[in-house]
Design a protein around this ligand. Structure first.
Ligand code: IPM
Ligand code: MN
Length: 355
């Protein structure tokens, strides 16, 4: 039996609208193939929203997201709104959306397509076997602490509570139980008080509730190194907001391109925001050359985590993998071969889903 779902689409800025278009096409293909009824509604966020409403997250957008089943998002930001003196920035829209919907757990899977082993700057023998799930805390830490600024002084406060660490640790614990049952918790406990609380809390929660999951603590500088040295040694990486942001851009180079990594931002319920981890890439916006696979893979995560459609999610993932295998590659992963456009790549996935 088919299901009904309301999906809010937030294209945002730069390449955002181009890649979300392909994500929507994948979802439409799934709906028609499996007999579901998805209703899409588009809203503004980020720079586009600032231009239209003077706000990076208009109340209308937030309330539409809050009552939807899921949100598919492109990216926000761009040079037009990057004046350091600007009062409102596009990024505030994204942060306010995550906070407003209480999406505290950000899942960023890193897998490597065998055909792309030579696209990564790392050696194939280092990459082989890599399959990582990064769980990034998303609504706390230095991103959301009090900010101060005078002419000659600035500060960003980093805070974490036991409750904030506990709930994201549970997400990581459950994911680890469905995988290889290993968590590396990344912090900077040799320097930061928040990291010492993080470490103690992760240990207590996993010890009490997930005794079958093996835990290792790792300092973030060391983790950055090991991620390149031996990426296949990681299963689940659990970390705070800013470390997770930085480490996942690094990890995207394992997969070969920032244009391949999807993400899911989840809270206590089923509602989630799904977005590629790459940004708005203003330098290539509007040219139809951006890689849509990260967004299409984010749509797969949407099907799995918000709509409970596991088979459909796997179908999208399989169609993306098959398109890559067939050599349908945008410029970022073409490695000197034929170059596909954004819509060529989207079409390759859609035709596999429908065919
Ligand atoms: C990401 C982005 C955002 C972040 C920016 C745009 C605020 O880099 O989702 O990784 O830092 O979280
Ligand atoms: Mn980032």
């Amino acid at each position: 039996m088919g299901i009904k779902a309301t999906i809010v689409v937030l294209g945002g800025d730069g390449i955002g609208p181009e890649v979300t278009r392909e994500g929507v096409r994948a979802l439409q293909a799934i709906a028609s193939r499996y007999g579901h009824e998805f209703t899409f509604s588009e809203h503004v966020i980020g720079g586009a929203a600032i231009d239209e409403t003077q706000s990076a997250l208009p109340a209308k957008t937030l309330s539409a997201c809050g009552t939807a089943d899921a949100v598919l998002l492109g990216a926000v930001g761009g040079p037009k709104w990057s004046d350091p003196k600007a009062k409102i920035r596009p990024e505030q829209g994204l942060l306010a959306l995550r906070k407003g919907l209480n999406l505290f757990a950000n899942l960023r899977p890193v897998t490597i397509h065998p055909a792309l082993l030579d696209v990564s700057p790392l050696k194939p023998e280092v990459l082989r076997g890599t399959d990582i799930m990064v769980v990034r805390e998303l609504t706390g830490g230095i991103y959301f602490g009090e900010k101060r600024r005078t002419e000659d002084f600035a500060s960003d406060l980093c805070t974490y509570s036991v409750e904030e660490v506990t709930r994201v640790t549970r997400v990581a614990g459950r994911l680890a139980q469905g995988r290889r049952k290993r968590i590396v918790s990344v912090d900077k406990a040799n320097v930061l008080e928040t990291s010492r609380l993080w470490r103690a809390t992760v240990e207590a929660v996993l010890g009490a509730e997930f005794p079958d999951v093996e835990l290792e603590h790792m300092l973030v500088d060391s983790a950055a190194m090991h991620l390149i040295r031996k990426p296949s040694s990681f299963d689940v990486i659990l970390t705070e907001n800013m470390f997770g942001d930085i480490l996942t851009d690094e990890a995207s180079m394992l997969a070969g391109s920032l244009g391949l990594l999807p993400s899911a931002s989840l809270g206590a319920g089923k509602l989630g925001v799904y977005e590629p981890i790459h940004g708005s890439a203003p330098d290539i916006a509007g040219q139809g050359i951006a890689n849509p696979y990260a967004t299409m893979l984010s749509a797969a995560m949407l099907l799995r985590h918000s709509l409970g459609l596991n088979e459909e999610a796997a179908a999208v993932e399989k169609a993306v993998a098959a398109s890559i295998s067939a050599g349908v590659r945008t410029a970022d992963i073409a490695a000197g071969g034929a170059v596909a456009s954004t819509s060529n790549a989207g079409e390759a996935v859609v035709s596999r889903l429908l065919g």
